[in-house]
Design a protein around this ligand. Structure first.
Ligand SMILES: NC(=O)c1ccc[n+]([C@@H]2O[C@H](COP(=O)([O-])OP(=O)(O)OC[C@H]3O[C@@H](n4cnc5c(N)ncnc54)[C@H](O)[C@@H]3O)[C@@H](O)[C@H]2O)c1
Length: 441
């Protein structure tokens, strides 16, 4: 039966209803995406006429959720939840890592993809932001199961990734080996060897020299720039590092080589300290052999909670998210906190550190060295012409220093934190690209 009621008058385009939040998110539990939204609200007043486009930053362009079924070694079938989110592609293809972790959620992958948009724009590499993940504890899988999981996931997200569309890379619990499987699976599906589909690959299949150390090297470069601005000499500076893996271990090594004293290190196995400076190469050997810093003879064991009170000039959280909290931020004695990890400082801790006068250099610039050398890897893959490690390190240092200088200038100009300054620089670049391109159709 046809309704006798007349249709509602269509709303005028300017009054079109617009939902503030996606139906697939729980407004009471926004998780990391909620933190990202607060950061965007904080930067909006500084965007001038580009603020007209700001909603685009609050909505991922594309979020793909996939089922990843695999046959386990015991013959049973297991299903895992996988994601690939492309937050923004205004400045170029999506770019961002793939995380295998039991706690991965859509909100987390959305936030990490958005932070990649910010990071890539902050160092001015021609990428948008993306991220992926599988909700799985990879330690519970055999090597063969992990390979099957990686290959099926790659095949499922293969409809949206590609060397000119979206280029994954390693993140927590994924590595060169996983990238080699991803590259091979994608290549088999498209019928040609497509080395440029992922970065962070082994050097023998199109990887780049210097990629493994790039994030730690970038952390060190940015710390030197920041130290210079506050009149702190790296030689003789006291450094404390949380997390002694790829990022923290490399950064610690470079600080020690530059004459700094690495006085405290904490990881998932415990914490150690040495007032005269730990022997970093020996500590790296110990970690490679035993899996963690606990039991290292060249330092005294301290309680993990006491790590935060270490007498130091520079503190580098380089482990997980949410480590610097309102409960430990008050104890921190450092003059600078350089975020090697993604999202290590909670917003409350950020405010406490700000009030104490600690200079916080945010993840979106401090750990951008990894994606910068990933960009070099992608360029080398396209041109099939590979650079020397010295050339890569020199180009990395140039990009990081220029990016930091622009952010420092913006922070001074607007009298804002380095985090907000990085967001101002990055969001302006992203929205300017959006403005130039206009809306299709
Ligand atoms: N590897 C990269 O290129 C890269 C790039 C950008 C950002 N990041 C970020 O840097 C961080 C570290 O990554 P990584 O590649 O060095 O990982 P990794 O696996 O090599 O090292 C992680 C370190 O964190 C420590 N850790 C884990 N749980 C801990 C806990 N509860 N308390 C204290 N320490 C703990 C581990 O013991 C290990 O030393 C992550 O947040 C990652 O997203 C990494």
């Amino acid at each position: 039966m046809v309704s006798k009621k007349s249709d509602k008058t269509p709303a005028s385009p300017t009054a079109a209803p617009q939902h503030a939040l996606h139906s697939y998110l729980d407004p009471q539990h926004l998780g990391p995406w909620g933190i990202y939204l607060q950061q965007i609200d904080r930067v909006t007043p500084y965007l001038g006429s580009l603020a007209r486009w700001v909603e685009t930053l609050k909505r991922p362009k594309r979020a793909l959720i996939v089922d990843v079924p695999i046959e386990l070694d015991n013959g049973t079938i297991a299903h895992f939840e996988g994601y690939r989110v492309q937050h923004n592609t205004s400045r170029g293809p999506g770019k961002g890592g793939v995380r295998f972790h039991q706690d991965v959620t859509l909100s987390e992958v959305m936030a990490l993809s958005a932070w990649m948009s910010i990071k890539n724009a902050a160092v001015n590499v021609p990428y948008g932001g993306a991220k992926g993940g599988i909700r799985v504890d990879p330690r519970l899988l055999s090597a063969k199961e992990l390979e099957r999981l990686t290959r099926r996931y790659t095949s499922e997200i293969g409809i949206i990734i590609g060397p000119t569309k979206d280029i994954p890379a390693p993140d927590v619990n994924t590595n060169e080996k996983v990238m080699a499987w991803m590259m091979d699976t994608y290549s088999m599906n498209v019928g040609e060897t497509a080395t440029g589909v992922v970065t962070g690959k082994p050097v023998d299949v199109g990887g780049s020299l210097g990629r493994r150390e790039a994030t730690g090297r970038g952390v060190f470069t940015i710390a030197c720039e920041a130290a210079h601005h506050i009149g702190l000499s790296i030689e003789g500076a006291r450094v404390a590092v949380q997390g002694f893996g790829n990022v923290g271990g490399t950064a610690g090594k470079l600080f020690a080589e530059a004459g700094a004293l690495v006085v405290a290190v904490q990881d998932h196995t415990g914490a150690i300290a040495n007032d005269k400076g730990l022997n970093v190469p020996k500590l790296q050997e110990h970690v490679a052999k035993t899996g963690g810093v606990a039991g290292f003879k060249g330092g005294e064991a301290i309680k993990p909670a006491d790590f935060w009170a270490a007498k130091c000039d520079i503190m580098i959280p380089a482990a997980l998210e949410g480590q610097v909290t309102k409960d430990n931020a008050g104890k921190i004695k450092a003059k600078m906190l350089i975020e090697g990890a993604n999202g290590p400082t909670t917003p409350e801790a950020d405010d406490i550190l700000h009030d104490k006068g600690v200079l916080v250099v945010p993840d979106v610039i401090a750990n951008a060295g990894g994606v910068t050398v990933s960009y070099f890897e992608w360029v080398q893959d396209f041109s099939s012409f590979f650079w020397s490690e010295a050339e890569i390190n020199a180009r990395l240092a140039k990009i990081m220093k220029e990016a930091f200088a622009a952010i420092w200038h913006t922070a001074q100009q607007h009298q804002v934190s380095l985090r907000t300054a990085t967001f101002i620089v990055a969001c302006t670049r992203i929205l300017h690209a959006r403005d130039l391109r206009g809306l299709y159709p």
